[in-house]
Design a protein around this ligand. Structure first.
Ligand SMILES: CC(=O)SCCNC(=O)CCNC(=O)[C@H](O)C(C)(C)COP(=O)(O)OP(=O)(O)OC[C@H]1O[C@@H](n2cnc3c(N)ncnc32)[C@H](O)[C@@H]1OP(=O)(O)O
Ligand SMILES: CC(C)C(=O)C(=O)O
Ligand SMILES: [Mg+2]
Length: 529
């Protein structure tokens, strides 16, 4: 799995015009996800990691929202080494002043002020006329510019805003001193083509548009946030607002890891670049998931636990031959140690052999074939087949290869109304025999069957059960110790069914006894004493 992917991130001759600013809003829009609230310390930890991984702007919070938010933004402003620290504020002087105070200690600081421009928001939410909104844009951006020369203005619900009004507001904001213009798709309503056209149009129509960086901010209500963001960049935007794991209001925001890797892996068609150290993406994902208690879906692009895992035999075989067959980026490129070949019911022989080698086994011929058949049978019954399951299975295969008594089938009737009853079929040196016995409990009934089928004087000294792995579908591993005269043998049996495992262990011990008997008394060749 060391093959070099042609699509793997490579060094580019970067040009400044293709540089995309990564504006992370995990701590602001991300934290707006219901239930995603982070503690003060957790926010500091996330901000430190974002700074280390090369995020350009950290939107650290909404300082007017609460004392807690203010202090978090303020502390992040003090600690951040490289990134611009940004705070959000409504179009209200008190918000802007509070935001300015919070970000004051930052080496590089931004005030982000927003105001809705769509008819529905202006009429129902703000209850203001367009001309009032227009005046507010100018007043608020001007106010913010008193504190810093890095001011971002967002036209909330920009994608449902009437285009002439949007262009007028954007022009006014830039004239008042905004250096970044964000046109959010606040409700996740737009489509890639539409969003591309929006940026193209606004940039063409607004006379002073070249004096600001345009920014995309997308929500994932229709699952289009990443596609829309990239379309906006194609339309001329050079800042992407995003969050780790795509957390955020409702269906979330554009996932940082997805846009970053899309541009890296498909750079020939998405020819832009960022400053993000992609090898830190997995770490960031895990941290944000841990502090928000939001699990990352298994099949999530880039950072989901299945993003570099393969279970089906055809894919595993391809991966073993050349990783490029089924992976478009290396796991290492996003901070995952290695591809994992998950053993399950869809796995094939190539992967099984590789797994056995990794676990230190070398089986061939019938032994390998038998082990594979038993592995498939186990995988059919068990959700997760762990390494320990395979070890137990192979150990048993090796231990029982020479067995003269083999379990063919077992069924047991157990429950609250005893006596319990077992029916067992054995293959004893090539001959099939069947017996039905009762017992004081299901294990007793099983062992009585064995005694009836293979009469013996052996004394059961130990019977022990433990689970090989976790979960209710874990394999049971049963150990049985039998003694006969001066001979003592121990054997193990593993199976998801404890009673089958018990029978296998008992029979395994009997088989070993027979070998011992044979060694000391070569004429004792038969299964019965
Ligand atoms: C699209 C986005 O993500 S926007 C960001 C959303 N994030 C948040 O709301 C989280 C933090 N918010 C809060 O803590 C609170 O809502 C606060 C502190 C901002 C305001 O709290 P309150 O004063 O109690 O107001 P409340 O939240 O109930 O209502 C919002 C008010 O802000 C107004 N408002 C909304 N957006 C803006 C804006 N961009 N500029 C100015 N006023 C605005 C609303 O019209 C409403 O005003 P009204 O009270 O005159 O009707
Ligand atoms: C505050 C703005 C930028 C926002 O989060 C949105 O419109 O979605
Ligand atoms: Mg948002």
């Amino acid at each position: 799995m060391t093959a070099q992917h042609p699509a793997a991130p490579t060094a580019h001759a970067h040009s400044d015009k293709d540089r995309v600013v990564i504006f992370d809003t995990t701590l602001r829009d991300g934290e707006q996800s219901p239930g995603a609230t982070m503690t003060h310390e957790e926010k500091l930890e996330v901000a430190e990691l974002l700074d280390q991984m090369g995020v350009d702007v950290i939107e650290a919070g909404f300082p007017i929202a609460s004392e807690g938010d203010f202090f978090a933004v303020n502390e992040i402003a003090k600690r951040t080494k490289n990134a611009v620290v940004c705070g959000l504020s409504r179009a209200a002087f008190k918000d802007i002043d509070r935001c300015a105070e919070a970000i004051k200690p930052a080496a590089r600081k931004r005030i982000h002020t927003f105001l809705s421009t769509s008819p529905v928001h202006m009429k129902h939410k703000l209850q203001k006329e367009p001309h009032e909104v227009y005046e507010m844009v100018i007043a608020q951006v001007t106010r913010a510019r008193n504190y810093t020369d890095d001011v971002e203005w967002s036209s909330e619900d920009g994608t449902r805003t009437e285009i002439d009004f949007l262009c007028r507001c954007v022009e006014a904001a830039i004239k008042a001193g905004a250096t970044t213009i964000n046109i959010p798709d606040t409700v996740g309503y737009t489509t890639p083509e539409e969003y591309y056209n929006l940026f193209k149009t606004v940039r063409e129509r607004v006379p002073n548009s070249d004096r600001a960086v345009f920014s995309v901010h997308c929500h994932d209500d229709l699952g289009l946030a990443v596609a829309n963001s990239l379309a906006g960049v194609r339309g001329g935007a050079r800042q992407i607002e995003c969050t780790i794991n795509g957390i955020g209001e409702r269906a979330g925001n554009t996932a940082l890891e997805e846009v970053v890797m899309a541009m890296k892996v498909r750079n020939e068609v998405l020819p832009w670049w960022t400053n993000i150290d992609a090898t830190m993406l997995t770490r960031a994902s895990k941290l944000v998931s841990a502090v928000t208690s939001f699990p990352v879906q298994y099949n999530k692009a880039i950072v989901g636990r299945n993003a570099f895992a393969h279970e089906s035999g055809i894919h595993q075989d391809g991966m073993l031959k050349n990783a490029q067959t089924y992976e478009i980026m290396t796991p290492e490129s996003v901070g995952v140690k290695q591809t994992s070949l998950v053993m399950g019911k869809h796995s094939g022989r190539h992967a099984f052999i590789r797994k056995l080698e990794d676990l230190g086994y070398k089986l061939a011929g019938n032994q390998l074939e038998d082990a594979f058949v038993r592995f498939k049978a186990l995988a059919d019954r068990k959700k997760h087949v762990y390494d320990e399951d395979i070890e137990a299975l192979v150990d048993e295969e090796i231990a029982t290869a020479q067995d003269r008594i083999r379990l063919v089938s077992l069924s047991v009737i157990a429950g609250t109304h005893g006596p319990q009853r077992a029916t067992m079929k054995l293959n004893i040196e090539g001959r099939t025999a069947i017996e039905e016995c009762e017992g004081n409990g299901p294990v007793d009934a099983v062992f009585n069957c064995i005694k009836a089928l293979v009469p013996n004087e052996a004394n059961l000294e130990l019977y022990q059960v433990h689970a090989v792995t976790e979960g209710t579908d874990a394999q049971a591993e049963v150990s049985v110790r039998l003694s006969e005269n001066d001979k003592t043998v121990t054997a193990k049996g593993a199976d998801p069914d404890t009673l089958v495992a018990s029978a296998k262990a008992y029979l395994g011990a009997l088989n070993k006894l027979m070998i011992k008997r044979q060694r000391t008394k070569p004429e004792a060749m038969t299964a019965t004493p």
